[in-house]
Design a protein around this ligand. Structure first.
Ligand code: ADP
Ligand code: GN1
Ligand code: MG
Length: 361
């Protein structure tokens, strides 16, 4: 977007600054405002988030709740949660005449994001902060939050969308990825396990983050301790297993989500163990017995779900996720397929690890 237009938008937040593109998200457009103190400006992707004002209302409420909890525990809310800057008219967003929505956050200084985990310590820290996120929102009325993307982690519905995309074959690519399609189909038997348990009331509905990628955690530049959970657009009602499983999908992989050399991609059990320890410690006893039981398979389900979402988008002609090269979505789908095959083989070991970690916290 043009610099001048961005400057005008920032001015509506009562800030004078220029903005430069920033970060590696697949959904929103993120800019860094260079003037001290820094700010993060984001254009909300309205193709993905059909009701951006609902998104902003959720973020306002959740960050206000987190701020109080962090204060109570003696933490620093200016670093440990996102802080929205209000626009001149008192709203938490600016709407442009073209229908674009922008929001501004304080830039959390001296932090970094990891695109792939470099060591197990980072996984422990990510687990601890996502577990803490769950604990701090335990008791927040989940049904009071707006459903920013209905059925976001409804895996059976994702399977249906996948089959629709295969049948419609909009971009004429189904023939070229037949092997991947068959590969994912072999795992469809797992799709209903989390949603089914939620429907039967075997596991609780909670306030969940729903997009627990490692790069949605800010780490302290010096100590590499997790500082803040970011990217709150998808915070809504869900299952703790969505957050746990999705974090492992990305964080416990040995390689980047879009690695082309599949011989480098496997599910790292050491990273899995570190994340699990951190998560159970951060969640401090708010995890139920049934949730514990489903934790290992949730990593498979969430990886499967994301894999078929990438492949669905490839089949539909790359209309959802940002891509940076031809076949980017197919490459992403292939890594997820490699991971679920590996996770399935390792499920028994993972079950033992979860039990051991649960017994030790
Ligand atoms: P997306 O939804 O597109 O993934 P994110 O909200 O995750 O967007 O932001 C993209 C990147 O911008 C993050 O990975 C992080 O590097 C950076 N970022 C976002 N918010 C902040 C913040 N408040 N302080 C510092 N960096 C941030
Ligand atoms: C998107 O916004 P980002 O890059 O953190 C997506 C997630 C996927 C992820 C895959 C709203 O997350 O669901 O798991 O890409 N977010 C949305 O990398 O669809
Ligand atoms: Mg993000």
């Amino acid at each position: 977007m043009e610099k001048e237009k961005l400057r005008e938008i920032i001015d509506r937040f009562d800030v004078v600054s220029t903005a430069v593109p920033y970060g590696n998200g697949h959904i929103n457009d993120t800019y860094f405002c260079e003037t001290s103190p820094g700010f993060i400006l984001q254009r909300i992707n309205v193709n993905v988030f059909k009701e951006p004002e609902g998104v902003m209302s959720n973020i306002e409420r959740v960050t206000a709740h987190l701020r109080l909890k962090i204060q109570k525990e003696g933490g620093d809310p200016s670093r440990e949660t996102l802080n929205l800057i209000l626009a001149r008219d008192g709203k938490s967003f600016v709407k442009t005449p073209d229908g674009d929505y922008f929001r501004l956050y304080d830039y959390i200084k001296d932090t970094v994001c990891h695109e792939t985990a470099e060591n197990e310590g980072q996984l422990f820290e990510a687990g601890r902060i996502f577990g803490r996120f769950q604990r701090m929102l335990d008791g927040f009325p989940a049904d009071a939050l707006f459903d920013t993307i209905p059925d976001f982690h409804n895996t059976p519905k994702r399977v249906k969308a996948f089959h629709d995309a295969i049948n419609e074959n909009k971009a004429g690519r189904a023939g070229a990825c037949e092997e991947e399609i068959r590969g994912f189909e072999a795992f469809e038997k797992y799709a209903g396990l989390i949603c089914g348990a939620l429907e039967k009331g075997e596991i609780p509905e909670r306030v969940t983050h729903n997009d627990t990628k490692l790069n949605n955690v800010l780490f302290d530049k010096e100590t590499d301790k997790a500082v803040c959970v970011i990217d709150l657009d998808t915070v809504m009602s869900g299952s703790l297993l969505y957050d746990y499983g999705d974090a492992l999908r990305f964080g416990a992989s040995s390689a980047a989500e879009d690695e082309r050399d599949l011989s480098r991609v496997f599910f790292d059990l050491k990273k899995f163990e570190s994340f699990t320890k951190g998560f159970l410690l951060g969640a401090k006893g708010c995890v139920t017995k049934k949730e514990l039981e489903l934790m290992p398979v949730s990593a498979l389900i969430m990886t499967f779900e994301c894999g078929i979402r990438f492949l669905t988008d490839y089949l539909n002609g790359d209309v959802y996720f940002k891509i940076h090269r031809k076949e980017h979505n197919l490459d992403r789908a292939r890594t997820q397929l490699k991971l679920i095959r590996d996770i399935e083989r390792k499920l028994t070991d993972m079950e033992k690890t979860v039990s051991a970690c649960a017994a030790s916290v």
